[in-house]
Design a protein around this ligand. Sequence first.
Ligand code: PRP
Ligand code: URA
Length: 215
Amino acid sequence: PVPRNVRSKVYVFAHPLIQHKVALMRQTNTSVKDFRELAREIALLMGFEATRNLPLEEVEIETPICKTKVNMLKGEDIAIIPILRAGLGFVDGMLELVPNAKVGHVGLYRDPDTHEPVEYYCKLPKDIEKRQIFVVDPMLATGGSAVAAIDFIKQRGGTNITFMCLIAAPEGIEALQKAHPDVDIYIAAKDERLNENAYIVPGLGDAGDRLYGTK
Ligand code: PRP
Ligand code: URA
């Protein structure tokens, strides 16, 4: 267990490419197609940084000149876990970086009245306890969904977990750090606050609806 006074690290991306793409995603008139493509591109850019500490293994290969030892990713040791639905928008970008990663799914939705997360699905790679896990979801609002998803993953043996999202509210960051001080958080943009419906302000609206055109 992590001592009570230890806080996870929070990384907010200042990179201009990421800021520009997040700005496009926020705009109401961005199409579903563009929204989806931007989510994939941002996942790829963020994933590049979030995977900085992935373990490597030494492998012997043959170049046209000679045999040599090189470092390669232990691809089978990674799991990407989107929180359904909207987290799916991050999977393709991450898989472009680590194509051998396994993908687990946690299905949660926020009860519209209580804003509490309700679980409806959980399917993880069998050997989840051995894997470096990236939990992905575009929005960290109250933090309820991320906290619950990571609870489920830990109950099933996951230990080495990183959380990645597009936009976070201060309330969500606080809740996630408090519940899971061992989980580092990568955020493309930190917003001002939540509104009375627990939506992020200024945010981008309902990420699932915008990704799949359901509203
Ligand atoms: C959204 C989002 C997060 C959650 C964040 O999902 O994708 O999972 O809300 O809110 P929280 O931090 O307050 O829990 P939603 O419940 O709308 O489900 P959906 O992805 O199926 O649309
Ligand atoms: N879920 C979303 O999709 N958007 C928000 O702003 C908050 C929760």
